[in-house]
Design a protein around this ligand. Structure first.
Ligand SMILES: *Cc1c(COP(=O)(O)O)cnc(C)c1O
Length: 564
């Protein structure tokens, strides 16, 4: 069997509801999944023994169509599983609603040019042994209702541990990437149960410390809705009592089963994804010791073709040692600019091919692309469209992309608002919204725009990673001081801040700041002082890309969380 080579040494099992490895595999929705994929890619490069576990998501997240009014239409987004994965000869049983559901797994192997390899297991219930309803459990990422989500999380957590055991993996640590996989702790409680004859009360068979010893939990968002909660009635109906209810309630909260609390209470090491997010999480969950390991991106994945050539010319070995970027200032400015022009041309040609936007090569281009949800404030730039046109007419063009979750009405309205302004301002500003944002489009965007804009409502951006991708391509950030940018921001060197360091956002002030900096600092620099503009591009590489990568990040997980 193909997995055999991975069974010889102990591994860290990395559980994530989504893992985004390549654009053709529709197993991710956004930041969380891309981070998971980038993490496992760095592990492969650095030969860190890990194994990824996720669901197969046969129908993807969704394919986004936008009508002329910016109304989002969602389509299933299936992908060619057999082309990328190999089916494993494995089958385990998980009880849901008192009936067995059978789970199998498919294998993808991340192979690094260093020779390192990391296996990723994709759990699948779409097999003939299951009822037609159960076969759909692993179809839609973040689809369906609460009950559907609960079933998926049972398969991921409990099914995942059983699949690993059944295949013969030796697991040293279980890393829960967000609370979706927290049920794995219940499976471990059962696995590590003390023999009844060794304890003096039945309640004491549960070895919480032993489970804690092998568990690591990463929380990813200060947004309440990002923390799954299930009513105990539903849990009992679907899951039964793999461990007694009193114990689950003790670990996961009294009123509802809180997946984050369950993970927290059974993990020796808990972390947030930036220093600021650590503070915010400690306030959200008083009494827990929460650490900070700031996110990164996989350098080789997120550097465009033209910058790959450039880096290879001046900084041999950069892909497996991104620290080398600390010397990026030595790259001749002209060559940095040429590499950017190539990436920008690639993007503009692409946008002009698929839309009627008719963007220009020479115009200052602002990029904004990410999940569309109210706290990200995608329409903030348009608080005063006339003012924006006054500053930017003939001088700026703006590219948007992003999907709103099918149930996020607020997010969907924001897309419509952008379409409205786009139409209203069409004679003065070139604005384009590209449908169906994915990894491939993200690559073109982060490398091809001149500035990367991020203006979330504080303190909701736990980290953010798209700005790190931009920095890897010499694209400076213009961003609210939240998440990673607090750590990466050096005003006028790596980019610009929107607003100050206050705990919460002042919308009016944020937008004033954007307009002010665009018209007084950023545009004059771009158009009239190109050599200083290129210096900022080089600083973004030297001071941001050298640090905000998953190579640095995974090493910190190893020394802070996995080996301790
Ligand atoms: C990087 C990435 C994200 C995350 O973007 P943030 O700005 O960090 O929210 C989302 N979607 C895709 C396709 C990405 O590549």
């Amino acid at each position: 069997m193909v997995v055999e080579e991975f069974l010889k040494e102990g591994r860290i099992a990395y559980f994530s509801m989504e893992i985004g490895i390549r654009p053709e595999m529709h197993t991710y929705s956004g930041g969380l999944g891309i981070l998971a994929g980038d993490t496992l890619k760095s592990a492969a490069d650095l030969r860190i023994p890990m194994v990824g576990i996720t669901l197969i998501h046969r129908m993807g997240y969704f394919k986004q169509e936008l009508d002329p009014f910016g109304r989002q239409i969602e389509h299933p987004d299936p992908w060619d599983i057999e082309k990328y994965l190999s089916k494993l000869d494995v089958k385990v049983e998980v009880m849901i609603e008192g009936k067995p559901v059978y789970v199998t797994a498919w294998l993808y192997v991340i192979e690094s040019i260093t020779g390192g390899k990391v296996p990723v297991l994709f759990l699948d219930t779409d097999i003939p042994e299951n009822t037609s309803e159960d076969r759909t459990i692993t179809h839609f990422l973040y689809g369906g209702d609460l009950q559907y989500r609960l079933k998926q999380e049972i398969i991921l957590g409990i099914g995942g541990v059983r699949i690993l055991d059944n295949l013969g993996f030796q697991i040293n640590k279980y890393h829960m990437n967000e609370g979706h996989s927290s049920f794995l702790t219940l499976e471990l409680l059962n696995k590590f149960k003390k023999p009844i004859e060794e304890v003096w009360s039945e309640d004491l068979v549960w070895d919480i410390d032993k489970v804690k010893d092998v568990c690591v939990f990463t929380t990813h968002t200060p947004v309440e809705a990002g923390h799954d909660r299930f009513p105990y009635e539903l849990v009992q109906k679907m899951l039964g009592e793999p461990v007694p209810l009193w114990l689950i309630k003790k670990l996961a909260g009294d009123g509802m089963l809180n997946m984050t609390l369950l993970g927290f209470n059974l993990s020796e090491f808990i972390n947030g994804v930036s220093k600021k997010h650590e503070e915010v999480s400690e306030k959200m969950f008083p009494g827990y010791e929460i650490h900070a390991i700031t996110n990164g991106v996989h350098t080789y994945t997120w550097v465009s073709e033209s910058f790959k050539k450039l880096y290879s010319k001046y900084h041999f070995g950069w892909a497996n040692e991104p620290e080398i970027f600390v010397r990026a200032w030595r790259i001749p400015s002209e060559e940095v600019w040429n590499a950017h022009v190539e990436a920008k041309k690639h993007l503009i040609d692409y946008v002009n091919r698929i839309t009627a936007a008719n963007l220009n090569y020479d115009t200052f281009t602002i990029g904004f692309a990410r999940r569309v949800t109210p706290y990200k404030r995608a329409d903030l730039l348009f608080l005063d469209p006339d003012r924006l046109a006054m500053i930017g007419e003939g001088r700026i063009q703006i590219i948007y992309a992003g999907k709103a979750h099918p149930q996020d009405e607020g997010g969907k309205k924001i897309i419509q608002k952008i379409f409205e302004v786009k139409e209203r301002m069409k004679d003065r500003l070139k604005i384009v919204y590209i449908p169906n944002y994915d990894m491939e489009m993200a690559m073109k965007l982060v490398a091809g725009v001149d500035i990367w804009l991020n203006n979330p409502l504080k303190p909701y951006e736990a980290s953010g990673t798209s700005g790190m991708k931009a920095a890897h391509n010499g694209v400076p950030n213009l961003s609210v001081l939240d998440g990673w940018w607090i750590e990466g921001w050096i005003e006028g060197y790596t980019g610009w801040a929107i607003g100050g360091m206050d705990e919460t956002s002042d919308t009016r002030r944020d937008v004033e700041d954007i307009y002010y900096k665009l018209s007084n600092e950023i545009l004059p620099l771009f158009y009239e002082n190109r050599s200083n503009w290129i210096n900022i591009m080089k600083s973004a590489i030297a001071m941001n890309a050298y640090y905000f990568n998953t190579h640095r990040m995974i090493r910190l997980y190893v020394t802070e969380a996995y080996i301790r």
